[in-house]
Write a protein that binds this ligand. Structure first.
Ligand SMILES: C[S@@+](CC[C@H](N)C(=O)[O-])C[C@H]1O[C@@H](n2cnc3c(N)ncnc32)[C@H](O)[C@@H]1O
Length: 265
């Protein structure tokens, strides 16, 4: 295993790690859903906050401060949230990182599931992206899909272009650069990726983040790793990884996934 995976409270573990030891941190903490989240019928993690938002922010504050300390100068933090807390956490992170280091509010639009009759159906999560030092951060443009323009021609090498009065205007052969709205499907109930762990995220989401914001050999960390999605994708893409979850069941699932993935390489 090209990394470390620990069962325990992430605050304690992060405090023991050296400054600037992570190149990329992705975290998907509890969302303050006010529920006990269960998977396959068993209670798995408690996302209830008896004192509401203030206790949630008190929990998160020292942890994101540690993440800031742990990021290398070219590192980035992606924090995955939803409508319940994202606006408050944005204010917290602006104070901690400096608002000039805020890079993106990424909308992950998954569109699936039930529809409300009382308001517009809530079908996206928000991922805030901060650089440790904007301008020095690692970033590789990701490309996907087709250009939204008609009348494209292709030259003999398959490169798209349009004819203009000044000659050929070439477009990138791999498609347009990905913007901050991501259409990535939610894991279906029958997906092969499914582990049964609640709130498991799709590998495609982590693949985009890791390819955009790290290089092979970098250290990718997830301190709320759940079923280990970040770690599995980091391993597959040739990155080193650090993972932690307070739930031993989650860590056992993550270990199994990592072992299976390394056997199938
Ligand atoms: C939304 S889930 C993460 C799911 C994960 N992204 C995946 O793909 O499986 C949040 C996780 O945070 C963990 N957690 C909550 N408090 C924690 C703490 N203090 N230290 C470490 N992990 C914690 C929970 O056990 C839960 O597994």
């Amino acid at each position: 295993m090209a990394g470390g995976l620990v069962a325990g409270d992430n605050l304690e573990w992060m405090s023991s790690l050296e400054d600037a030891s992570c190149d990329l941190i992705y975290v998907d903490p509890p969302f303050m859903s006010d529920k006990v989240r269960s998977g396959q019928g068993r209670a798995v993690f408690d996302d209830r906050w008896p004192d509401g938002l203030s206790s949630y922010l008190d929990f998160l504050r020292p942890r994101v401060a540690q993440m800031h300390r742990l990021l290398s100068p070219h590192g980035s933090l992606y924090i995955h949230l939803d409508w319940r807390t994202v606006h408050y956490v944005k204010v917290l992170l602006d104070e901690l990182f400096g608002s000039g280091n805020f890079l993106n509010e990424i909308v992950w639009a998954y569109r699936t599931g039930g529809r409300s009759n009382r308001w517009f159906a809530r079908k996206h999560d928000t991922i805030l992206l901060y650089a440790k030092r904007a301008g020095e951060h690692t970033f590789h443009v990701q490309r996907e899909g087709k250009f939204r323009t008609d009348g494209l021609n292709y030259d003999k090498d398959g490169r798209p272009y349009k004819n203009t009065l000044e000659g050929r205007l070439y477009f990138h052969k791999d498609g347009p650069a990905v913007c901050d709205v991501w259409d990535i499907p939610f894991l279906s109930t029958v997906s092969n990726e499914r582990t049964g762990y609640p709130s498991q995220k799709p590998e495609a989401l982590l693949e985009r983040i890791i390819l955009a914001s790290s290089n092979p050999g970098d250290v990718v960390a997830d301190f709320f790793c759940g079923s280990g999605t970040t770690l599995v994708v980091a391993q597959r893409l040739g990155r080193r990884f650090l993972g932690c979850d307070i739930n031993e069941q989650a860590v056992a699932i993550a270990r199994d996934r990592l072992a299976c993935a390394s056997q199938s390489v």
